[in-house]
Design a binder for this molecule. Structure first.
Ligand code: NFS
Length: 659
């Protein structure tokens, strides 16, 4: 093995000594090591992170630097321009938040452009799948629908959405979907986003050298830009995708590399936008392509996903996820992937190197995301996306003939149920005529459900893969916390058998009773990372339903990203904390750890200001303790506290982890 053995964080299963809790990953890394192929895992072992940068103490914003503020008395030290440690750390995290907000929101913009083009009849192969949602969104946006055709409404919704990006003054329309008390607080603090793009640009301006040099002010602007993502770019992405591709309802599938098929042409779709996935699926299902595959000796064409493209296509079409972000190279290492087709975000450049050892075609498709050294760039014409998809699928099928004779596909795959949109959750709890969250609120109030947790975000090669997510999810459900998952944490949960109704066996008695009555698993897959906006909607609806306070900050709820890696995750953290949520990040440490002042401000300072906070705890056991404490404190403040013992899931439960 080239990869270094990593010790599991304390408080979790000490038998985890390899780089992943998933034996499939370790199996594939043995193959990489035997063939001398580098991966993110082997690089993580051989290259240590820069400790100064990791703590946010390095300023490289101008050519007088980089200035590294370290060592004894660092609080007194300054950058050449006089910038303090807290200003430097605040600017660094602010720029990460701007980057994350830009990524999510630009994704949302593309969906808005697509919806508008559909409305104007300029795009082939797409229609409006969820008309009810189209009209609901039109109502949110104050768009008059009387006398208009569906396509005209779609055009106007697309237009209004696009206007939200370029709006210069006023407030984003979706701000009105937050609890009233939250809106008032945002207005008082002057952090209501005026326009999605404006807040991102302003944050970049503020953090250029010599502008905003007050850490509180920089972080307020960061929250404002992040809110523009959560209640703007991401929420629009979710809504408009539901309109075009359908609002998810429960669907069965499986997760892990075992979903690849030895006798099929395997095409992996990777990235974030459902547009790519949708047209590749259409092309792969065409009789012509299936016939071509059969004529070349394959039994058919198999499509599987990686990262959030996997989540988008799983939620709506049941496409199986082959793995989370750290599985992207491992999938290619099977030697059984004819094409890895990517769009934007979380796509490693290293994929090109790994693919070059096999017959796998790495196909980039977005004008925004080319990869040096990749084999093929087939740009999707946004008005005729199926043309590009047909060309890609054809080349993938023809590539089947080049597959090595000795592919290795691990057998592991776990069944799962996904597709829990917020609309479906309301329907499931209240029925079609009375879709409502009342039963959820009642069961939180009576204590059967202790609280709610969103376990979201990435995986990170600096910590053992899947350990944090699995530990946190298992312990929370054992302690009667209803869990929703998104992003790579959802795929991790799926790989480890945590997204099935049978997971109920590991739930505490109260949660189990509710899940049995309603017929839901205790861990609900609510979508991709932009679908964290669904969680904001659920939390607002829980507040509106009544009995649990007047604001998101009153709820017994937490947001956790046990293995974060992306700056998008920091943006999500900032909008959730700014919306009043208690957020806990695990795995690697705080990106502002160098400045105690900032660490303190983003925990107790933000709590005072926003009622939410962001803390970094690397040990999953500490994450669970902090999450349960936060839930119990909220219950006590709401005067619905019933003393509950903390349950630790035991070794037998761990051994039953099904991978
Ligand atoms: Ni979210 Fe989705 Fe995964 Fe992290 Fe990347 S895929 S947008 S950023 S790594 S969860």
């Amino acid at each position: 093995m080239t990869e270094e053995t990593k010790a599991a964080p304390t408080g979790v299963d000490k038998s985890v000594e390899r780089v992943s809790l998933d034996p499939t990953a370790n199996e594939m890394l043995d193959i990489a090591a035997a063939r001398g192929i580098e991966t993110v895992f082997s690089r993580a072992a051989s290259m240590k992170p820069c400790t100064v940068g990791a703590e946010g103490s390095c300023c490289k914003l101008c050519a007088m630097g980089p200035c590294r503020i370290t060592g004894k008395g660092k609080d007194e030290k300054r950058g050449l321009c006089g910038a303090t440690l807290e200003t430097i750390a605040a600017r660094n995290i602010a720029r990460s938040i701007a980057g994350g907000a830009a990524a999510h929101s630009d994704h949302g913009r593309d969906v808005a452009l697509m919806l508008k083009a559909i409305g104007e009849g300029e795009i082939e192969g797409f229609s409006i799948k969820d008309e009810v949602k189209l009209y609901k969104v039109a109502t949110y946006m104050g768009i008059e629908t009387d006398g208009k055709s569906i396509l005209e409404v779609a055009r106007d919704v697309g237009d209004k959405a696009l206007q939200q990006f370029g709006q210069q003054t006023g407030e984003l329309v979706y701000i009105d979907r937050a609890p009233k008390k939250r809106q008032q607080l945002w207005r008082k603090l002057n952090v209501v986003p005026r326009g999605i793009d404006r807040e991102i640009v302003e944050l970049m301006h503020r953090t250029t050298p010599g502008v905003d040099q007050d850490y509180e002010s920089i972080l307020d602007a960061s929250v404002r830009a992040a809110l523009g993502d959560g209640w703007g770019g991401s929420m629009l992405a979710t809504d408009l995708q539901d309109i075009v591709f359908g609002t998810p309802v429960p669907v069965r599938s499986s997760a892990n590399l075992g979903v690849l098929k030895e006798d099929h042409v395997n095409i992996l779709i990777h990235g974030h936008e459902p547009i790519l996935a949708s047209v590749i699926l259409d092309a792969a299902r065409s009789p012509e392509m299936i016939e071509l595959a059969k004529s070349l000796g394959a039994a058919g064409i198999n499509i599987a996903g990686i990262c959030c493209t996997a989540n988008e296509s799983l939620m709506r079409q049941g496409v199986p996820p082959a793995g989370n972000m750290l599985h992207q190279e491992l999938a290619v290492l099977t030697g059984a992937v004819e094409a890895m087709v990517v769009d934007v975000q979380c796509i490693f450049q290293g994929l090109a190197d790994v693919a070059s050892n096999f017959h796998t075609l790495l196909v980039t498709t977005s004008p925004k995301a080319k990869i040096g050294g990749s084999g093929l760039h087939v740009e999707m014409d946004e008005h005729k996306p199926l043309e590009a998809a047909n060309s890609i699928v054809r080349q993938a099928v023809e590539n089947f003939a080049n597959r090595p004779t000795d592919p290795f596909i691990p057998t592991a795959q776990s069944p799962l149920v996904a597709g829990f949109s917020h609309e479906y959750i309301r329907y499931m709890l209240g029925g079609k005529m009375r879709a409502s969250l009342r039963p959820l609120n009642d069961n939180i109030i009576n204590g059967r459900i202790r609280g709610l947790a969103a376990v979201v975000g990435c995986s990170n090669a600096r910590t053992p893969q899947d350990v944090g997510v699995v530990h946190v999810v298992r312990e929370l459900i054992a302690n009667n916390v209803l869990v929703v998952v998104t992003g790579c944490a959802a795929i991790t949960s799926g790989k480890h058998g945590l997204l099935t109704p049978e997971t109920m066996e590991f739930a505490g008695e109260g949660l189990k009773e509710v899940c049995e009555t309603v017929g839901i698993p205790p861990v609900l897959h609510v979508g991709s990372c932009v679908d964290n906006s669904r969680i904001l909607t659920i939390l607002s609806d829980v507040v509106e339903e009544g009995g649990l306070g007047e604001d998101i900050s009153d709820l017994p709820a937490v947001g956790i990203s046990p293995e974060w890696f992306s700056e998008k995750a920091l943006t999500i953290a900032a909008y959730v904390a700014g919306s009043g949520g208690h957020v806990i990040f695990g795995g690697v440490g705080s990106p502002v750890a160098g400045s105690e002042i900032l660490v303190d401000y983003m925990t107790s300072g933000w709590e005072e200001r926003y009622g939410g906070k962001l803390e970094f705890l690397s040990d999953p056991a500490d994450i669970v303790t902090s999450a349960l404490d936060a839930i119990d404190s909220a219950r006590a403040a709401l005067k619905i506290d019933v003393a509950q013992e903390r349950v630790l899931f035991d070794m037998d439960m761990r051994r039953e982890l099904d991978v």
